[in-house]
Design a binder for this molecule. Structure first.
Ligand SMILES: C[S@@+](CC[C@H](N)C(=O)[O-])C[C@H]1O[C@@H](n2cnc3c(N)ncnc32)[C@H](O)[C@@H]1O
Length: 207
């Protein structure tokens, strides 16, 4: 698992844009800053943006390379060290300590074995009362996706909004659904190709 993601990050000096995900910007702009946990934080675009908006952030990723890049970007942008805690860990076994006003998980898909449902259930447990859980995933493969070595392409399952919520097995009466929908966005592929792809967006608020 670690090796797969380390190899992926080793392919390029920077994989992601460094910009926050647009859905995060939209959702968080309406929230009061507090404690945030970003699962699979990658190169830190979301975590750094949150910290710059007054959130105390914990960013977790399995790739030490990605976390190192994220920490370097935070430093370059002048984010005080205390405002972000970077954790290199496998979410399959990592347990959040304490509770968070926002837990986000963007594009937490893995072409190799990953206990996504269990990880996201633990994520939900870590949300504080009146806090939010924001899960954004792909609705399917982008048109340019092709099977890489070790990539179980055909077997990958992308849950829709309802299925994503059901899989969280949230306690009845404890949560409100704020968003559960598919959203289209324009993306640029590795060769510069343009395409519209759908995301699955789930935003839950704990009562
Ligand atoms: C598709 S990327 C998304 C990165 C970031 N959230 C974003 O939106 O730009 C998925 C990230 O999840 C991380 N990841 C995959 N499996 C993981 C695991 N078991 N534990 C922790 N992080 C994991 C990868 O290293 C990668 O950075």
């Amino acid at each position: 698992m670690t090796e797969f993601w380390e190899d992926r990050y080793a392919e390029k000096e920077q994989i992601w844009s460094g910009e926050p995900n647009s859905i995060l910007v939209e959702v968080v702009s309406a929230l009061t800053p507090g404690r945030a946990l970003d699962l699979g934080c990658g190169e830190g675009g979301d975590a750094v943006w949150l910290a710059e908006r007054g959130w105390r952030v914990t960013g977790v990723d399995i790739s030490a390379t990605a976390v190192g890049r994220a920490a370097a970007m935070a430093k370059d942008r002048g984010v005080p060290q205390d405002d972000i805690t970077w954790v290199t860990a496998d979410l399959a076994t990592w347990q959040p300590a304490g509770s968070y006003d926002l837990v986000s998980a963007f594009y937490m898909h893995s072409p190799i074995e990953f206990p996504r449902d269990a990880v996201l259930r633990r994520a939900a447990e870590a949300v504080a009362p009146e806090g939010h859980l924001l899960i954004v995933g792909h609705a399917g493969f982008p048109p340019w996706a092709h099977a890489r070595e070790g990539h179980e392409h055909d077997e990958h399952h992308f849950p829709g909004p309802g299925e994503q919520i059901d899989s969280l097995a949230l306690r009845a009466g404890e949560w409100d659904t704020v968003l559960a929908e598919r959203r289209r966005r324009e993306v640029t592929g590795p060769e510069g190709q343009r395409a519209d792809i759908d995301d699955v967006v789930v935003l839950m608020r704990r009562r």
